[in-house]
Design a protein around this ligand. Structure first.
Ligand code: NAD
Ligand code: IPM
Ligand code: MN
Length: 347
C-alpha cells in the first residue's frame, strides 16, 4: 500500500479550520483509493512566533524537506505580528527554498456556484512565477524616520527564472486548449518586463502549436471580467499573478473557492498546497470559512503525488456537493456542514 508523509501547517485564523476540513476529506479519499496519508502537524504560525520569536524553528526547512508534500492553511495575524515578518518567516521562504517556482491557480466555476459572471463560463489556469520577480526581497531603507528617507525594493528577473515559468505555462497549455496569455507591464517597465516579453516570443517559437499572446496586465484584468472565456493559460510574474488570482477568485465565487499549488516541477524538494486566501481575521473563530478552496488544493496535492484516482474522487465529491447547492455561497454555511457534505459525497 502506498504511503505518503504530509506536513500539515494550519497556520493562523481560518487556516486552521480549512486545513482540518481538507485533511479529513483527503484521508477519506485516500482510504477509498487504497493509499495512506500520514500527517504530521506543525504549529508554525503567528502564535508560535509570539511564543518563540520565530515563525518556524531554524531547522524548519530541513524538517519539511523529508516530507512528500506540504498542506498549508494560511499565515498572517497582522494585529499581533506584522505581515512582512510573518510571511517572510514562513510562507515565502518555503516557496523559495524549495524552488516551488510554479504557482498553479485554477479559476473556474464549480457547478451550482453563482459567480458574478456565471452566464459567461470560463476555465482559466493561472501560472504565477513564485520565487523571484517583485518578491525577490532585494532592497532596503536608509535615513529612516527623516524627511530624506528612501526605500528601494528591486524586482529580480533572471533569464533562467522567466524561461522556466514560461515553458511550464506552455506545457500546461498543450494539455488544455493550447492558448497562452503572457502578462507584463512592458509599456511602463522597460527593462524587466520587456525582457519577459522577449523571452515569451523566444519560447513561443518552440511551441508553434500553442497560440501565444502578450497582454499588458491592466488590459488582462479587464479581459478577465469582460471576456474570461477567451482565456486559457495565463502566465504572470509573482506580483501580477498574485493580484490577478484574487480577481480570478472573485469571478469564481470568492476566495473560498480558489485553490493553489506551489510546485517544484523538478521534484528536488516537496511542493506545497494551500488555498489562495489568507487567514481572514474578520471571520476567524466564527466557523463559517468555506473549506472548498483548501479541499481543492488537497486534490491538487494528490494529483501531484501521482494519485490521480484519489484526486478525481475529491473533485467529484466537491462538484457533487456544490451541485446540491451546498457551500456555494461563502460565509453563509458552517465549515463543518460543508465538510460533512463533501465527505458524504465521496465514493
Ligand atoms: P483574506 O484572503 O484572508 O480575506 C479577504 C476576504 O475574503 C475577507 O473578507 C475574508 O473573510 C474572505 N475570505 C477569505 N477566505 C475565505 C473563506 N475560505 N471563506 C469565506 N470567506 C473568506 O485576505 P486579507 O484579509 O487581506 O489577509 C488576512 C491575513 O492573511 C493577512 O495577514 C495576510 O497577509 C494573510 N494572507 C495570507 C495568505 C497565505 O497564507 N497564503 C494569503 C493571503 C493573505
Ligand atoms: C498569496 C498571498 C501571499 C502572496 C502573501 C500572503 C505574501 O497573497 O499566496 O496569494 O502574495 O504570495
Ligand atoms: Mn494573494
Amino acid at each position: 500500500m502506498k504511503n505518503y508523509a504530509i506536513a500539515l501547517i494550519p497556520g493562523d485564523g481560518i487556516g486552521r479550520d480549512v486545513t482540518e476540513a481538507a485533511w479529513a476529506v483527503l484521508e477519506a479519499a485516500a482510504r477509498h483509493s487504497g493509499i495512506t496519508l500520514n500527517g504530521a502537524r506543525f504549529p508554525w504560525s503567528c502564535a508560535f512566533y509570539k511564543d518563540t520569536g520565530m515563525m518556524m524553528p531554524s531547522d524548519g526547512i530541513k524538517t519539511l524537506q523529508t516530507f512528500d508534500a506540504i498542506l498549508l492553511g494560511a499565515v498572517g495575524w497582522p494585529t499581533e505580528v506584522p505581515d512582512a515578518v510573518s510571511l517572510h518567516g514562513l510562507l515565502l521562504p518555503i516557496r523559495k527554498e524549495f524552488t516551488q517556482y510554479a504557482n498553479i491557480r485554477p479559476h473556474r466555476l464549480l457547478p451550482g456556484v453563482n459567480g458574478p459572471l456565471k452566464a459567461t463560463g470560463f476555465d482559466i489556469l493561472c501560472i504565477r512565477e513564485n520565487t523571484e520577480g517583485e518578491y525577490s526581497g532585494a532592497g532596503g531603507r536608509v535615513h529612516q524616520g527623516t524627511s530624506g528617507e528612501v526605500a528601494v525594493e528591486t524586482s529580480v528577473f533572471t533569464r533562467a527564472g522567466v524561461e522556466r515559468i514560461l515553458r511550464f505555462g506552455f506545457d500546461q497549455a498543450r494539455r488544455r486548449r493550447r492558448k497562452l496569455a503572457s502578462v507584463t507591464k512592458s509599456n511602463a517597465q522597460k527593462y524587466s518586463m520587456v525582457f519577459w516579453d522577449e523571452i515569451t516570443r523566444r519560447v513561443a517559437a518552440d511551441y508553434p502549436d500553442v497560440d501565444a499572446t502578450s497582454y499588458h496586465v491592466d488590459a488582462l484584468a479587464a479581459r478577465m471580467v469582460l471576456a474570461p472565456e477567451s482565456l486559457d493559460v495565463v502566465v504572470a510574474s509573482n506580483l501580477l499573478g498574485d493580484i490577478l488570482t484574487d480577481l480570478g477568485a472573485a469571478i469564481q465565487g470568492g476566495l473560498g473557492f480558489a485553490a493553489s499549488a506551489n510546485v517544484n516541477p523538478d521534484r528536488s524538494a516537496p511542493s506545497m498546497f494551500e488555498p489562495v486566501h489568507g487567514s481572514a481575521p474578520d471571520i476567524a473563530d466564527l466557523g463559517i470559512a468555506n473549506p472548498i478552496a483548501a479541499i481543492w488544493s488537497g486534490a491538487m496535492m494528490l494529483d501531484h503525488l501521482g494519485e490521480a484516482d484519489a484526486a478525481a474522487r475529491v473533485m467529484a465529491a466537491l462538484e457533487q456537493t456544490t451541485s446540491r447547492g451546498i457551500g456555494t455561497v461563502q460565509g453563509k454555511e458552517r465549515t463543518e456542514a460543508i465538510t460533512a457534505a463533501v465527505l458524504s459525497s465521496l465514493s
